[in-house]
Write a protein that binds this ligand. Structure first.
Ligand SMILES: [Zn+2]
Length: 458
């Protein structure tokens, strides 16, 4: 018991160590963490146009964020785009923020950047005690291309005469690669497709006037490059007038009740009691939904022009209804609805074999509301044909078919009164008059002629 009077007993030292130095040591080890802050952003294109916004998320969950810096470097000159400092808190001096969303805007003309290559530099630093208190840093460099010049679209085709419900094509050359280019007609957009092998800059855009668009419709070429620079180019065109026929359709309870089983699923959940109300729901609501499905389906098309020469018409058939007919539906002697007929009805013998109007790829063979069993062929570059009210399909989706090949049989599925083929031609989802596509001289003058001239070098 001699040691009793010593100033520091080993026990006390251990207690002091446990109470003071150990926590400091542990804290020190924690605050010396070596994890870098994370920097995430999405930049699908390395092209920067007149104004590029970038959303950046920075995070550091251990020590907190201290500093974030972004600059752009071109020809040895560095311009800071953003520099942010985040405060520290507490006796341990940790960052008050562990995650931040930062928006930066790059406007090349405001900061004297020239078109061409440049480098984005980003750095984030945290409040770690690592590196003598300098913290962990993450640094990255991203190569970008400044492009503030709008593309030029040069129209190569000359005449573009079109009437409501009509088709046409424009051929043009682009001065630089474009993500989007084509013809804007009112609120419809018709994309252009590269048509000549190895000549990506030359495009053909098939376009249409829908059956409601008249002579006042805006029509111009649009091109948007990879940096988002956009040009509008006027091209010479002439819009002819057209009057559509009127037609009356008589609807009876017998017809409606006979059709209801086909629409049972589509009508489920609807509180409609009278047959007429059910018919009106089908003729308005389901018709609109079906057209939206088709429009959506036809936003994409193969860039190969599969078709050649005139389109075939169902053999030995009589025309029952025309394209664009303004139909009034009568029920018990009273007009109850109005719709426009967007195809041509062709009647032949029941269950007649249906030939593909031209070569292409089958992209749809399913039942679709008012159209019943429906087949759609993609002829390439935005041009489609569709065959409705079928009784059977002969070829599956995805199959390439040749002009004249039997693809289906006629029927009366969907909202059809009797066996017939409802045949439609569409351009990027817009219904057009099939008659033009049955006319060899129309095709030659309005389409083929423009493409042939390209081969001659204009
Ligand atoms: Zn029809």
């Amino acid at each position: 018991m001699k040691d009793k009077n010593k100033r520091f007993s080993p026990k006390l030292l251990i207690i002091i160590f446990i109470l003071i130095f150990l926590p400091m040591l542990v804290m020190g080890v924690i605050r010396m963490e070596g994890e870098q802050p994370s920097v995430t952003f999405e930049m699908p294109s390395k092209y920067i146009g007149l104004d590029k916004g970038l959303e950046i998320t920075i995070a550091d969950h251990k020590s907190g964020l201290k500093r974030f810096w972004v600059a752009v470097l071109q020809d040895g000159k560095e311009t800071t785009l953003i520099e942010k400092h985040f405060p520290a808190v507490g006796i341990l001096h940790k960052g008050s923020s562990t995650s931040e969303s930062i928006h930066i805007s790059i406007e090349p003309q405001k900061i004297d950047l020239k078109d061409g290559k440049a480098m984005l530099r980003m750095m984030a630093v945290d409040y770690s005690w690592k590196s003598w208190g300098k913290g962990n840093r993450s640094y990255s460099e991203i190569e970008v291309i400044i492009d503030t010049e709008a593309p030029i679209a040069r129209v190569l085709s000359r005449s573009h005469n079109i009437s409501p419900g009509g088709s046409n094509a424009v051929v043009y050359a682009l001065s630089e690669p474009c993500d989007i280019s084509g013809v804007q007609v009112g609120d419809h957009f018709y994309p252009g497709y590269p048509n000549q092998e190895g000549k990506d800059e030359i495009r053909i855009a098939f376009f249409a006037l829908d059956n409601q668009q008249g002579s006042g419709t805006d029509m111009f070429l649009v091109a948007k490059d990879r940096a988002g620079n956009q040009t509008k180019t006027e091209f010479y065109h002439y819009i002819k007038n057209k009057k559509f026929k009127k037609d009356t359709i008589r609807i009876s309870d017998r017809f409606i009740l006979g059709k209801l089983p086909e629409f049972q699923k589509a009508l489920a959940g609807q509180v409609l009691e009278k047959p007429l109300d059910k018919f009106l729901f089908i003729n308005r609501e389901i018709r609109a939904r079906n057209q939206a499905v088709l429009n959506n389906l036809m936003q994409k098309s193969d860039s190969t022009m599969y078709w050649k020469d005139t389109f075939l018409r169902l053999p030995k058939s009589a025309t029952r209804s025309g394209f664009g007919d303004r139909r009034t539906y009568f029920y018990k002697g009273k007009p109850v609805d109005k719709q426009t007929h967007l195809g041509i009805d062709l009647a032949s013998l029941a269950i007649s074999p249906v030939p593909a109007a031209n070569s292409g790829k089958v992209i749809y063979a399913e039942t679709l509301g008012i159209y019943g069993r429906l087949m759609v062929i993609d002829h390439g570059c935005g041009l489609f044909t569709m065959y409705a009210h079928l009784s059977s399909f002969n070829v599956p989706v995805g199959q390439m078919v040749k002009k004249g090949e039997i693809i289906a049989n006629t029927g009366k599925s969907g909202l059809a009164g009797g066996d017939h083929l409802h045949y439609s031609v569409l351009i990027s989802g817009t219904f057009v008059d099939p008659i033009e596509w049955w006319d060899a001289s129309w095709i030659q003058n309005n389409i083929t002629h423009k493409i042939e001239r390209l081969g001659e070098g204009e």
